[in-house]
Design a protein around this ligand. Structure first.
Ligand SMILES: [Zn+2]
Length: 320
């Protein structure tokens, strides 16, 4: 108690010295570093990565890049190592997993995912996939770095997933053999295509299914040029206008793990060889990743994050 009073007095003196009013000290999340982000996006979407094809040498190079980046960011591997290998449709793939143990609730997990694979080389053309999904993979790496300076209260698992383009293969393999019990996973934050805000909109998908997330997202600070919108998660909508099953969060949702999925609208370079890093607006991309970071921090600050529940308009007994 005395020590605390002393610290407060110290703050007051320091504050007075600058003539500034004393306000409650709140830890400000570190800003996402756009230079690091763009360095990783350019590397992952470079021609040398040959489009990061599932089971292809370029995919292996991307995997190695992520392992090195996770290690440099200070993540820890699983006891079995950085890689969670799987075989699907006759192809061997590897998810890359790194963790940070929480200081308060180490058995409560937030799982952040992004797929690192893309379409590889087709008809002699390299599909670099800068937005899809070098952008999410680089974001994953950046969030891991930021956690080094902001140790989480809950445990955080970063998973760079393989085989997404072939049908969410890495994500399905991951949840089928999760390193932690899935009922200890409070939230999956999935990032897939987060760099191209051509229309300014960053879609926040999943709140219709897990509405307890809404106040968390609404409480996030605004980022310049980023318009956050809820949507693409209406259970009554089928096809391309329902994104719930179109990226890796689907595997988590199918097992009852709440998710929030950040993504942008399809653009002219979607699944084209022209999805290159040069077409990324770095400032917008930084804001999108900052939004993901603020989300991670907001959930981490909650004592008992509980997003499971009856989805709006869907009976609790309905299974996807
Ligand atoms: Zn994708």
């Amino acid at each position: 108690m005395k020590l605390w009073a002393f610290v407060v007095a110290g703050l007051t003196l320091a504050g007075c010295a600058y003539g500034a009013p004393i306000v409650a000290q709140q830890v400000q999340p570190a800003p996402v570093n756009v230079e690091r982000l763009m360095t990783d996006v350019r590397a992952l979407s470079a021609d040398e990565m040959e489009g990061r094809g599932f089971g292809q040498p370029g995919g292996d190079r991307a995997r190695d890049y992520v392992v090195a980046a996770f290690e440099a960011a200070g993540l820890e591997p699983l006891a079995s190592g950085w890689l969670k290998p799987f075989t699907a449709r006759g192809t061997a793939g590897e998810n890359v997993v790194g963790v940070v143990r929480g200081s308060v609730n180490p058995d409560q997990w937030i799982v952040v995912t992004a797929h690192y694979d893309h379409e590889g080389i087709q008809n002699g053309q390299i599909y670099n996939g800068a937005d899809d999904n070098a952008s999410g993979t680089a974001a994953l790496i950046e969030l891991a770095r930021l956690l080094r300076d902001h140790p989480p209260r809950q445990s955080v698992m970063f998973v760079a997933l393989d085989g997404e383009e072939a049908g969410l293969l890495g994500a399905r393999a991951f949840v089928a053999d999760s390193p932690v019990p899935l009922d200890r996973v409070v939230l999956n934050i999935n990032l897939d295509m987060v760099a191209r805000g051509d229309n300014g909109i960053l879609w926040v998908v999943g709140t219709r299914l897990y509405p307890a997330l809404i106040p968390v997202i609404e409480g996030l600070p605004q980022q310049p040029g980023i318009e956050r919108r809820f949507g693409y998660d209406d259970p009554a909508v089928r096809g391309r206008n329902n994104w719930v099953n179109l990226s890796d969060q689907a595997a988590f949702h199918a097992r009852g793990v709440p998710f929030v999925f950040f993504s942008v609208d399809d653009h002219g370079d979607y699944h084209q060889p022209s999805d290159d890093a040069e077409r990324i607006d770095a400032a917008w991309y930084r804001g999108a990743v900052q939004t993901a970071w603020e989300t991670l921090m907001a959930v981490d600050r909650m004592d008992n994050p509980q997003f499971r529940g009856s989805p709006v308009g869907v009976p609790a007994t309905t299974k996807p």
